[in-house]
Design a protein around this ligand. Sequence first.
Ligand SMILES: Cc1ncc(COP(=O)(O)O)c(C=O)c1O
Length: 455
Amino acid sequence: MSHAELLARHRKVLPSWLALYYDQPIELVDGKGCRVVDGEGTTYLDFFAGILTTMIGYNPPEVVEAVREQAGRMVHTSTLYLIRRQVELAERVAELSGIPDARVFFTTSGSEANEAALLLATSYRRSNQILALRNSYHGRSFGTVAVTGNRSWSPTSLSGLAVAYLQSTYRLRSPFRDLDDDAFTAAGAQDLRDTLDMCTAGDVACLLAEPIQGVGGFCVPPDGYFGALKEVLDAHGILFVSDEVQTGWGRTGEHFWGYQAHGIVPDVLTFAKGVGNGLALGGVVARAEVMNCLGAHSISTFGGNPLACAGALANLDHILANDLQGNALKMGQVFFDRLGSLPARYPFVAEVRGRGLMVAVELCHPSSPGSVQRDPGSVQRSPGSVQRDDVPWPEAAAELLEATRRRGLLIGKGGLYGNVLRIAPPLSVTEDEAAEGLDHLEAAIHEIGEGSWRS
Ligand SMILES: Cc1ncc(COP(=O)(O)O)c(C=O)c1O
């Protein structure tokens, strides 16, 4: 069946709001390592990895074998019974989390992990008040859209939570963008104090934040930023929940968890995506006192089932044994070295930013005021290189997705206005694959610069 036929059937039975990539969406039917094959036989290098989820590549033998072996014996029992693989995985995650006296609860997705964290924090603190960041994304469920600070992904304002939004780590459009790192961090901490004083009743349950905003376009705060915020939170007894759904398992290169760039340990940590290399698994880690605060029974029918946990254990073993965090650091540098000069070469490239294998390229309209004289070294953020009134250019991002796909490369996009390219290959990406993908990306960016697609 052709992609066009499948799309027609998809449109008839699936929700209209289920976002699909490309003018002519594709089905991915096969994969090996960093490469995937679509339903019409075309092969691509995949630099979006199922939204930062396929961490060690497609069809890794160890995970396939672990899943096959487990599926042949027992797929599912529910959490009413002891699950050996779940206990083993919980022991590993508890130790890796850095949270003292940690307890782990498994879910089937990141949304559900954050739901669990919200349930814990609000119950522990007996408060429905939550702090979140502007430009954040925490999931698709009723509770998590309520704490998502991105209009495009937040379809309702209804919820039982009272949410106050702090200034974002998206520096390009932050009122604090012209400050240096230390001043930016101090301004963020002051904004937190002000928000507590002016927008809450004081007894807030938690701050839920992504160490690097993912859907928001890989927005990286200065190291230590969340440490400064946590000092304020601690003074009020407010929990810090680190949403590590995108930043966990070594993706940022420098650290295993995103929070580790900030000299703190969170009270609660949530994870999903990469833990199972594509198996439906997520979870929440909290110290025992917080995790055990619920005054009623709870179960998860599917969360942490034998199949997902068996695969996740094999995946985790592979990540650690092959030091894929180290590879993310090394390969991330390859990406930033090649892409760092884009803002100087193309007036519509406003910024290249990110960490490790979270690489973002923000596109703004070439005729907007800040589009000239960019700093050639703007690999992270370069003060003064972009104007706040740069006009987002989502059409160029959409066209770049098409142009890279035509060349055999899959990448993602995101950002508040859909104008940020997101490049996040499996952590197992090799130097040759990085170079190949970068050639395609640069050629596509050049094509966009030539402008013929607009005529
Ligand atoms: C930071 C973050 N939190 C939570 C979620 C929700 O995860 P899921 O789609 O597995 O529900 C996502 C998904 O993209 C995410 O990026």
